[in-house]
Every structure is written in C-alpha cells, then in structure tokens.
Design a protein around this ligand. Structure first.
Ligand code: PMP
Ligand code: GLU
Length: 422
C-alpha cells in the first residue's frame, strides 16, 4: 500500500455517524447544546416582538431592561471615543482607565479592596458569570443556586458541566435563603454559591446581617467561591447596599459581579465586570481571550464616563422604579387569588398565581405558570415570564420597567384575562 493510502487508512474514522438530515437532526448538535434550555426571558420577548410585528398592541413586560435612555454624558463620551479613534481591540480584560474607575467605585461604594488587576470587563454581566463558572467548575462539581434565581444561572452551570443544587427561599422569608439552609446544602463537591441581591426575579434584598450569617458559613469552607451578582445594586428601595465580598474573613473567596446595564440603562452597550481574587480574574481573562476578547471599545469609554460622573441618573431612575413598584403592586393586590410580595429592589413583581393553575378557559386547561404566561400573552397581548424558568413554578414575573401608562393598561388587561379562567 502506498504511504498516502496507509496514512489515510489510519486517519479515517472507523465508524462514521450518519445523520438523517443535516437540517433537522438534533443528534448533529452536541449533547451540551441539546441539554441547554433557551433563555425564557428572551424567548417570551421574541414572541412579544413577533405579535407586535403582526400589528397587535403588545405591552412587553417580559425582558428585564430599563425603559430609560442612557444618560447624555455617557452617550457623549461614546461619540467622543469614536472621534478620538478608539476603533481598535482593547486589552482583553478592559482598558486600564475603566478597570481603575471600577476599582475606585468598588472601594468607595462597596468597601472592596481591588486593583485593576482584579477587574475583568466583559460583554455584559452575563458573560462575566459564564466566565467565572467556566473558570472554576469541573464536571460533576456542585454549584448552589438560591431560588428563585435568574434564568441563565442553571443553564450556565450546565454549560460548565457542573451540577446545580437548588436551595429555595420561602415566601415567609421574602424568598431569601437562610444561612442554615445553605449550610445543609454544602457537600464535599460544592464549588460555588451563586445568587443575586437585589434579586431577579423576586426583588428581595439580603440585609447586611443575613449576608454576614451566610459569610460565617462560607468561612468554614475555604474551597467554596461565592459569586455575588450585584447588577441591580442601584435599584434598591430600602437604603444601602451591602457587598458580601467586603467581609474580611471571606474576601478571597468572593467574586463580585456588576455592570452598567441596569443602573445606567445601558443594556445594549454590553458592559459588565467582575472584581475577583487575582487567580480567578486571570482565569476569566484567559477564557475571554479565546472566546470574545475585550468588549466594545466605544462602550468601555462610555462606561468610564458613567463611573466618573455622579449618581444623579441612577438615583432618578430608581425613584421612578419605586413609584412604579407601588403602582403595580397596589393594582396586582386587587386581583383576586394573587399573592403579591413587595420587592425591595430591582424592577420585577413576582406574584404567586397558583390560585389560577389547574383552571380552564374555552376547554383549555392551564397547568403551569409558563402556560399561564403564554395564555396572557396570546389573549391580552401582555408579555410576562412564567416562574418555572426561575425555579418558582407558582409565580409569574412582571417587569415594571415600563411607563406608568403601559403598566396600568397591562395590569388591567391581566386582570380581565385571569377573570376568564374557571
Ligand atoms: N444578572 C442578573 C440577575 C440579570 O438580571 C441580568 C440581566 N440580563 C444579568 C446578570 C446580565 O446583565 P448584562 O449581561 O446585561 O450585564
Ligand atoms: N436580565 C434580564 C431579564 O432577566 C434580561 C434578559 C436576559 O438577559 O435574560 O429579563
């Protein structure tokens, strides 16, 4: 046999998978992908956009994003960055001035001691969290996630081939997981703990006392990393924000996640970041360097302006969210059967809709919160998200980051819709 023939014989796969159809056979896709669920927040929002494109008067309360414009001085900084020629790749973890501005902010507002080398800027806090999980989780290791949780946490853990361990906060404790619950859930396989405060989807905010109690548990387990998602920090109706990473005994175990999407109404700009121990920051830099590189250079310069400015804009927006919270919660409480919590932060109401599950309309039985959310969208064109995707199957999430007028109209429509269920 000629040499080339021999080489190709040994290099050929011995058993070839034959796919039924390249276009439709999901066996073609990786097991990793096939295990992944689509983001429910984005799926409902896509459906709402499609209905709107068909001419329906849709009110979209499914995606969690500010309805405000980005502050003018931030927009101006982006325009200047374009004119100044910031059109090249940035360093992978972000421009030095942005990392310094973030380190300064974390020191001043959060009592976190980081230098620029501890900061990695990413394409949104979403990528920041994915970077951290991919950097630290080995296949089969456990990540404790406080429920109700943000939809993407569980799916990101799947991508990292870890195992989510869900610990649910009770309604009586305002959906918040206690230190005792956490302690019970820790095993030798626990690698990380992941939660948001203020919380998406419940709006609950952990107090300093509660976080210190959680810190006491974490301090006993030096191999566990806390991923503290503080993206809603500036939307807090109760007062000051406490960062768990500022507790001295565990500061080397905490990764603080934050960003510009919510506080500065910059969802589309895609700038998020972590403040982390150097080892983890360097690991995220490495991963990001192979997947996306530094986030948009123009957006980074805009983010510098946001943090160099004062807090007028975030505070004004938070004031509007508080007014809307009171409006929406007040109206929802008038709807028979709903159990409505009062969120202390973020911009979501998360009513318990279990009184309506199992009921029917026009011969169609509504079994789950996801089905109820879909029924509301198709019936009265208000998009919400079923709590199933947040680990809370009795609830639906309603964003109140919308105009007062739209919120009033939306809740009235929901009320009319629910009244049809028998
Ligand atoms: N964490 C939570 C709890 C969120 O609600 C969001 C919103 N998408 C993110 C992280 C990610 O934010 P972004 O990627 O827009 O910075
Ligand atoms: N965080 C927002 C939400 O929960 C934005 C959508 C998303 O990225 O999931 O709706």
């Amino acid at each position: 046999m000629a040499l080339t023939g021999l080489i190709s014989y040994f290099c050929l796969p011995k058993k070839q998978t034959i796919y039924k159809s390249m276009a439709t056979d999901t066996n073609l896709l990786s097991a990793r992908l096939n295990a992944l669920s689509e983001s429910e927040t984005l799926a409902m929002t896509k459906k709402a956009r499609e209905l709107a494109a068909q001419g329906h008067k849709v009110i979209s309360l499914s995606v969690g994003e500010p309805d405000f414009q980005t502050p003018q001085h931030v927009k101006d900084a982006a325009k200047k960055a374009i004119d100044d020629g910031f059109s090249f790749y940035s360093p992978v973890p972000g421009f030095p001035d942005l990392r310094q501005a973030i380190a300064d902010k974390l020191k001043k507002e959060n009592n976190l001691d980081f230098g620029p080398e501890n900061i990695v800027v990413s394409t949104g806090a979403k990528q920041s969290i994915a970077n951290v999980l991919l950097s630290i989780v080995n296949p089969g290791e456990e990540v404790i996630i406080f429920a109700p949780y943000w939809v993407s946490y569980v799916e990101m853990v799947k991508l990292a081939e870890g195992r989510s361990v869900i610990v649910s906060g009770s309604l009586e404790n305002d959906f918040k997981v206690t230190a005792a619950q956490l302690e019970k859930a820790i095993t030798p396989k626990t690698k990380a703990i992941l939660f948001s405060s203020p919380c998406n989807p419940t709006g609950s905010v952990f107090t300093e006392k509660e976080l210190r109690a959680i810190g006491d548990v974490v301090a006993k387990h030096k191999n566990i990393v806390v991923i503290a998602d503080e993206i809603y920090e500036y939307i807090n109706f109760e007062g000051s924000h406490f960062s768990i990473g500022s507790i001295p005994a565990i500061k080397d175990q905490v990764v603080t996640v934050n960003g510009f999407s919510k506080g500065y109404a910059m969802t589309g700009w895609r700038v998020g970041y972590i403040g982390a121990p150097k080892l983890i920051a360097a690991a995220c830099d490495k991963i990001q360097g192979q997947v996306t590189s530094g986030t948009c250079s123009i957006a980074q310069k805009a983010a510098v302006a946001a943090y160099k400015g004062d807090l007028t804009a975030p505070k004004e927006m938070a004031k509007a969210y508080l007014r809307r919270r009171d409006l929406v919660v007040g109206m929802l409480k008038e709807i028979p059967g709903l159990k409505v919590n009062t969120p202390q932060g973020a911009f979501y109401s998360f009513p318990d809709v279990s009184a309506y599950l199992g009921k029917s309309v026009n011969g169609q039985k509504i079994n789950t919160a996801a089905e109820l959310s879909m029924f509301i969208l198709n019936d009265v064109f208000v998009s919400t998200v079923g709590g199933d995707a947040f680990g809370a199957p009795n609830n639906i999430r309603i964003s109140f980051a919308a105009s007062d007028e739209n919120l009033i109209e939306a809740v009235n429509r929901i009320k009319t819709c629910l009244a049809k269920l028998q």
